[in-house]
Design a protein around this ligand. Structure first.
Ligand SMILES: Cc1cc2nc3c(=O)[nH]c(=O)nc-3n(C[C@H](O)[C@H](O)[C@H](O)COP(=O)(O)OP(=O)(O)OC[C@H]3O[C@@H](n4cnc5c(N)ncnc54)[C@H](O)[C@@H]3O)c2cc1C
Length: 368
């Protein structure tokens, strides 16, 4: 178990109270019916949970990374959809703008956006592996054509980072999703994370100026890398929250479920021992996740190596823990609308987004 300092304990206590009162009560209902609650999102903004590690000068919470991950982990325990929205906004949009943006860009896309709680997302995935979204230099600006797929919160986000090819290089642009030239596709019916949505973008003759280019031509991959280094830890923190919840649900159920007049499921030694193993594994994943966040707070080298290891180990094991927890419920877990059924669906994507597990192995192998 990672040992928190007093400040981090206070942060956790505040988020725990907030989530218990505001997020937990209707979480299953919202997820089952695919409802995004703007009212809850506005409250998350009041707590600065949308700008966790952004500097105070840009209206961020200016937290250390351990505290940020504690918050996302606790929110994911009750509602992984909201946690995923927040990690995308925090580390997929706001953070790259803070690291790579000009003062003018930070004023518009960070300070003003954070103050009003505008959501930002990131668009790099394409249907085909060879990127086809192309920016062409056009007078003093650029013209962009192409398409992106599976963009988190494309329906409610105001801004996105858009990854493009530019001549022989790549580039990242900041786009306003309401601009003419951008068509947002229908919300997909996803397997999990149902209280937020993903959708495709079609970009046709989108005209942008130099002021909307983030950093410089040739910097696109570097921007994605810096975003992913942090996003991989947050994917781990969110997956861990889902697994912790599934385990707690299973433990409570096992203690109540009577197998006959004398014993509960939990009284059976095989069950009790396996639950003990799951508890031990969760403890180990907790240490791994928050220790890596702490190492980032200490500004270690080789950040991509450490975040890739953490994401790989935690998300793969969390998926296994949710699956085992699901099993204790028997057939009742298979009926839609319960928390355990939601955990089972929500966890599946975390070995895919932020880098599929196979790619993480490749990432780690480069340091061998
Ligand atoms: C809920 C959700 C939210 C998302 N949000 C966003 C978003 O906000 N922005 C965005 O741009 N995208 C987003 N995506 C897309 C997501 O990032 C991609 O699905 C993910 O990166 C995997 O890419 P892919 O689907 O093209 O799969 P591929 O890269 O084609 O991989 C498919 C499979 O091929 C194998 N494979 C891939 N690479 C390797 C390798 N190097 N070695 C061995 N085997 C390999 C693996 O088995 C892998 O699962 C989202 C997707 C979902 C479902």
């Amino acid at each position: 178990m990672y040992l928190m300092n007093d400040r981090q304990r206070d942060v956790l206590s505040a988020v725990h109270d907030f989530v218990s009162n505001e997020i937990e009560p209707e979480a299953n209902y919202r997820n089952h019916h695919g409802i995004f609650s703007d009212e809850i999102y506005r409250k998350l903004v009041q707590y600065h949970y949308h700008s966790l590690i952004i500097d105070r000068s840009y209206d961020g919470a200016s937290l250390d990374l351990v505290s940020a991950m504690l918050i996302l982990n606790r929110i994911a325990y009750s509602d992984a959809s909201l946690a995923h929205l927040l990690e995308t906004n925090n580390f997929g949009f706001y953070l790259p703008v803070q690291i790579f943006g000009t003062e003018q860009q930070k004023e518009t896309y960070l300070l003003k956006a954070a103050r009003s709680g505008e959501i930002g997302t990131i668009a790099f995935t394409e249907a085909e592996k060879t990127p086809s979204t192309v920016a062409v230099k056009c007078g003093n600006g650029y013209k962009i054509n192409g398409s992106k797929t599976m963009v988190t919160c494309a329906d409610i986000a105001k801004y996105a980072l858009l990854y493009c090819k530019l001549d022989e290089q790549d580039a990242m642009f900041i786009i306003d999703l309401k601009s003419p030239g951008i068509a947002i596709g229908k919300n997909e019916h996803t397997m999990g994370l149902n209280s937020i949505h993903i959708a495709d973008l079609t970009i046709t003759d989108l005209e942008l100026t130099e002021a909307e280019l983030l950093s410089a031509p040739g910097k696109g991959q570097e921007i994605i890398k810096r975003s992913m280094e942090i996003m991989r830890i947050s994917n781990a923190a969110v997956a861990l929250g889902i697994a912790q919840r599934a385990f707690d649900e299973a433990l409570s159920y096992a203690k109540l479920r009577r197998m006959d007049d004398t014993v509960t499921l939990f009284d059976m030694q095989a069950v009790k021992y396996e639950l003990a193993v799951l508890k031990a594994e969760l403890d180990m994943l907790h240490t791994e996740t928050f220790n890596t966040a702490h190492l980032f707070d200490c500004r270690i080298d080789q950040q991509m190596l450490f975040s890739s290891i953490t994401k790989y180990v935690v998300t793969e094991k969390a998926k296994e823990i949710v699956d085992k927890s699901f099993q204790y419920f028997g057939g009742s877990a298979y009926i839609k609308g319960t928390t355990i059924e939601r955990s089972y669906r929500d966890i599946r994507i975390f070995t895919i987004i932020g880098g599929v597990s196979e790619m993480l192995k490749w990432s780690i192998s480069r340091y061998l």
